[in-house]
Design a protein around this ligand. Structure first.
Ligand SMILES: N[C@@H](CCC(=O)N[C@@H](CS)C(=O)NCC(=O)O)C(=O)O
Length: 237
């Protein structure tokens, strides 16, 4: 069994990683911290051994992997060598080269689905979190200039609504109840937190509702693996 430790900050993207580890049935330890004044406590950052002090953080033996998207690719993706033609179906080679998603459960082997999943890994941060955080930070730091803050929020909410419309439309196209088909993939594991974050804090949503997104969130939260991740880590939104 691998020697995996997940540094888990309460109410954070860390749940993305815990859910993937549960999906893959991996054994892992959790180093958990509540937030203090909304932040990760300094001692937790220091203990994690990573200078940036952001979570999730995964330790696999001596290796430290930061960034939830990079952790997803590290855990789920085969190493580049196993993508080389002729090696992909070699069971022995797969056993040696693919890190932990040896069955291609979370990152499908089929190219179209794989590309979709990779897109969602990156979109969860570079598009969805980016637009939502611009609004959150404006609310936090723009209080002394309410007119400018309002202008930024109105401007960014156009992006957020477009993002959510896109997610809604993609869910409509999926052949199953999850984002990329009828079983959980890394796309769901990465995107769930982003969508919950936008909706719960009403970051640019302008009072709108997205029915398919609401149903998908409920379906994700009802999976046994997600429930186990929440129970094991103590995650609360
Ligand atoms: N892009 C990074 C973002 C990591 C991040 O900002 N995590 C926040 C929690 S969601 C954090 O650790 N904050 C602690 C702090 O700023 O004190 C990722 O996806 O892992």
């Amino acid at each position: 069994m691998p020697d995996i430790t997940l540094y888990f900050l309460q109410a954070s993207r860390s749940i993305r990683t815990a859910w993937q580890l549960e999906e893959l049935g991996l054994d892992y330890k959790v180093e958990f911290s509540e937030r203090e004044n909304g932040k990760a406590p300094q001692h937790f950052k220091d203990n994690s051994g990573d200078a940036l002090g952001k979570f999730p953080l995964l330790k696999d033996g001596d290796l430290i992997v930061g960034e939830s998207g990079a952790i997803a690719e590290y855990v789920d993706a085969p190493s580049p060598r196993s993508l080389v033609a002729g090696f992909a179906d070699d069971r022995h080679h797969r056993y040696l080269c693919e890190k932990y998603d040896t069955e291609n459960k979370l990152l499908p082997r089929e190219e179209g689905m794989r590309v979709q999943c990779l897109r969602w890994i990156h979109a969860s941060e570079a598009t969805y979190a980016l637009h939502a955080l611009a609004i959150l930070y404006t609310r936090w730091f723009g209080a002394d200039n309410p007119a400018a803050a309002e202008k930024i929020e109105q401007g960014m909410s156009v992006n957020v609504c477009k993002d959510m419309d896109f997610l809604e439309a993609e869910l409509g196209k999926s052949k199953g109840k999850f984002l990329v088909g009828d079983s959980v993939t890394v796309a769901d594991c990465m995107m769930l937190f982003s969508a919950q974050f936008v909706l719960m804090r009403e970051l640019g949503t302008k009072g709108r509702k997205w029915e398919r997104i609401d149903k998908w969130i409920a379906d994700c939260e009802s999976t046994e693996s997600y429930k186990r991740a929440v129970e094991k880590t103590g995650h609360k939104l």
